[in-house]
Design a protein around this ligand. Structure first.
Ligand code: GTP
Length: 317
């Protein structure tokens, strides 16, 4: 496979090339190192918006409505749906095309879901790599959507430049959000299904929680807005786009635009390094040396920390 040609085709906006490159990422291809080098000169343009929220809160509907709004503004859009709990790639799943049906044939939109079947560094490494593929493909905005609100989902959306947390009235979502730690990562909060009873109460509860949650910071702090939407009717979506742009502008004004890319790079480097170390330790596991260390720990001659020190120093060596 000619990687340079694939990258060139992806840069021309060929959906098949983009899809193949993301598959390489997903599968943990041995050529990822080469791919990272080939993509590097063509990245750094896209802004990444993460969306998270409980199942059923309206993430897909909101994402789709956002795509419509961004396309009306002639921005090229990537959508990456990440499911940390699923071993299945959605790349070829019908579900995506159904979910994003109206955008499936728009050449200005790339839609892709991703699992990390073979990727050693897991999502922390795979997500930034997939984002770079979409960035190189010329996306102005990439929407990263996760399924659910568990810890790993929160970690994924926190890799974004702007993180959107969605809630809906009457789901006890505020409490759940606090538990899952998503109040800390939210730059913009959305109360979707604002056509339902209890929307005002949810907005108030959220505004209160967000104000309590504001950490002591030395410099000026961004105040996360709470936006009301009825995504299924497209209502409030322009306000959401406005809030995203406001956050972007605020970050630019405060010289903080590099924070997102830096966070992604850190997560990626750490994940790759850890995966590499783990692989080397596993290699050692087949080795007589590790068996010997285990024997000595069992016999009480060595404590496990000292044994681990020996493993680490032999991996280093
Ligand atoms: N009343 C109302 N219904 C909505 C609104 N937005 C979405 N829905 C409906 O809520 C249901 C769930 O929406 P999805 O967009 O699939 O929700 P999701 O959060 O992506 O759900 P998962 O895919 O399960 O994570 C669908 O039937 C939508 O039509 C809204 O603003 N008001």
């Amino acid at each position: 496979m000619d990687l340079d040609r694939l990258v060139a085709e992806a840069r021309d906006g060929t959906p098949r090339a983009v899809a193949r490159l993301i598959s390489l990422v997903e599968d943990g291809s041995p050529r990822l190192r080469e791919l990272a080098a080939a993509l590097a000169p063509h990245t750094g343009h896209a802004r990444v918006v993460g969306l998270t929220g409980s199942p059923g809160v309206g993430k897909s509907t909101t994402t789709s409505a956002l795509v419509t709004a961004l396309r009306a503004d002639d921005r090229r859009v990537g959508v990456l749906a990440v499911d940390p709990s699923s071993p299945f790639s959605g790349g070829a799943l019908l579900g995506d095309r159904v979910r994003m049906g109206e955008h499936a044939t728009d050449p200005g939109v790339f839609i892709r879901s991703m699992a990390t079947r073979g990727h050693l560094g897991g999502l922390a490494a795979a997500t930034p790599q997939a984002l770079r593929v979409l960035d190189a493909a010329g996306c102005d905005v990439i929407l990263v959507e996760t399924v659910g609100v568990g810890q790993s989902e929160v970690e994924v959306v926190a890799l974004a430049d702007t993180t959107v947390v969605l809630l809906a009235p009457g789901m006890g979502d505020g409490v759940q959000a606090a538990k899952a730690g998503i109040l800390e990562v939210g730059d913009v909060f959305v109360v979707n299904k604002a056509d339902r009873d209890g929307a005002d109460a949810t907005v108030r509860e959220l505004q209160h929680m967000v104000s309590l949650n504001r950490r002591e910071v030395s410099g000026p702090a961004w105040r996360p807005p709470v936006v009301r939407t009825v995504a299924s009717a497209g209502e409030g979506v322009d306000d959401l786009v406005g809030a995203l742009d406001d956050h972007r502008a605020w970050m630019a004004d405060h010289d903080r635009l590099a924070e997102g890319p830096r966070r992604r790079a850190r997560a990626e480097i750490e994940a790759i390094a850890l995966a590499d170390l783990r692989a080397r330790i596993r290699e050692l596991a087949g080795d007589a040396a590790l068996g010997e260390l285990a024997e000595r720990v069992v016999a009480g001659e060595l404590d496990p920390y000292a044994a681990a020190d020996e493993v680490v120093s032999s991996v280093r060596g």
